[in-house]
Write a protein that binds this ligand. Structure first.
Ligand code: NAD
Ligand code: UFG
Length: 348
């Protein structure tokens, strides 16, 4: 089965790619490398070579907004008699703060990019899609854990682009219900790394997210962690999130492929998280306990676009996808730290 994996060189995409290749899928990674390194691809290849695994991997440098090149990708695949069976679409921009500063760029890349992709898939009769949506679409919800059917009210442009994309899926699905098979996976906070330490999270520039910032403090690349608010309405005043091991998240995509393959047509919105909420202080304590590193921190004012608490109800994923997260917060800390220790400067 041939999978087109957009954004396959990024943090989440690289882990999905590795799992797909290990399980015998033919993978075509499409990425513009605007936020990732081409070294990722070499790492994946050398990991598989070292394990003596035969694999089918191709990479194309392409911006998803480039319709002509997208056409060529689908067309060439058909000509070569290995048409794309399914698309896993992760290419996009994900920084909440950046989206507040430059919203149009986010609408362009995330929404126009996805529209281009859907148009091309339709033209080439490829109707199966797994999409990387986000828990950020729930915004300031009055009830936790978040369930898929609760109110959607994003409080930042990034989240609004994900909602627009989900709305596009609904319109498309309802216009031709017997054709499309779509799983829109609402990720919570994917963290950690592949246990080998061969691939992991390596954001370009200063990390926006808690976990990569924390491991970069631990390795000495940054002086101290800034905690964005200790005055939230939570048990210890810091923000609460649902941290899920990146391999658990990646496995959710394989389960989604199985789900799509066993259904004639569908559109499902599904939370992928651990189902547990941890505060920033709890994350620091667990990381210190698991790794023996001391994390210096300071308390800063709340970050714009943040919510106090966000964690998932994952019963739908368990029921529909027959999937459950298997890895603990301790495993997350150990694997994330292993990656950072083996790659103090990331991929560079
Ligand atoms: P990432 O930045 O590491 O990966 C995204 C990849 O997309 C990068 O390799 C980047 O080069 C590529 N890309 C960006 N714009 C592109 C374009 N126009 N054309 C082609 N490629 C392009 O991010 P990630 O953490 O791996 O996230 C992947 C997806 O999951 C994103 O869509 C993100 O919104 C979503 N998501 C991530 C999180 C998270 O916490 N990491 C949470 C919820 C949802
Ligand atoms: N935080 C800090 N210091 C930091 C970074 C973060 O205190 O240096 C805090 C935040 O205020 C928040 C928590 O740590 O309380 C988690 O913040 P992240 O930036 O790691 O994650 P977010 O939940 O804000 O956002 C992430 C992704 C989004 C995605 C969302 C889904 O960045 O793309 O998870 O839940 F949509």
């Amino acid at each position: 089965m041939r999978v087109l994996l957009t954004g396959g060189s990024g943090f989440i995409g690289s882990h999905i790619a590795l799992l797909l290749l290990e399980r015998g899928f033919d993978v075509l990674i499409l990425d513009s490398f605007v936020n990732s390194s081409t070294n990722v691809i070499n790492r994946i290849k050398s990991y598989l070579n070292n394990k003596d695994l035969k694999y089918k991997l191709e990479t194309i440098n392409c911006d998803i907004r480039d319709k002509k090149l997208l056409d060529k990708v689908f067309n060439d695949s058909i000509k070569e008699k290995k048409p794309i069976d399914i698309v896993i679409h992760l290419a996009g921009l994900k920084s909440v703060s950046e989206s507040l500063i430059n919203p149009l760029h986010y609408w362009d890349v995330n929404v126009i990019g996805t529209l281009n992709l859907l148009l091309t898939m339709k033209e080439y009769e490829c109707y199966s899609l797994v999409f990387s949506s986000s828990a950020t679409i729930y915004g300031l919800s009055d009830s936790v854990p978040m369930t898929e059917d609760q109110k959607i009210s994003p409080i930042n442009p990034y989240g609004k682009t994900k909602v627009a994309i989900e709305n596009m899926f609904s319109d498309l699905y309802h216009s031709s219900m017997n054709l499309w098979k779509i799983c829109s996976l609402r990720y919570f906070n994917p963290v950690g790394a592949h246990p080998s330490g061969v691939i992991g999270e390596d954001p370009i520039g200063i990390p926006n997210n808690l976990f990569p910032f924390l491991t970069q403090v631990a390795i000495g690349r940054r002086k101290h962690l800034q905690i964005f608010g200790d005055d939230w309405e939570t048990k210890d005043g810091s923000g609460i999130r649902d941290y899920i091991h990146i391999i658990d998240l990646a496995e959710g995509h394989l389960s989604s492929i199985d789900y799509l393959n066993s259904n004639d047509s569908c559109l499902e919105f599904i939370n992928l998280g651990s189902g547990i909420g941890y505060s920033v202080f709890q994350i620091i304590s667990q990381f210190e306990l698991s790794t023996g590193c001391k994390i210096p921190y300071s308390i800063q004012r709340r970050r714009d676009g943040d919510v106090p608490i966000c964690y998932a109800d994952i019963s739908k994923a368990k029921k529909l996808l027959d999937w459950s997260p298997m890895r603990s917060l301790e495993q997350i800390c150990l694997d994330g730290w292993n990656w950072q220790m083996k790659n103090p400067k990331g991929y560079s």
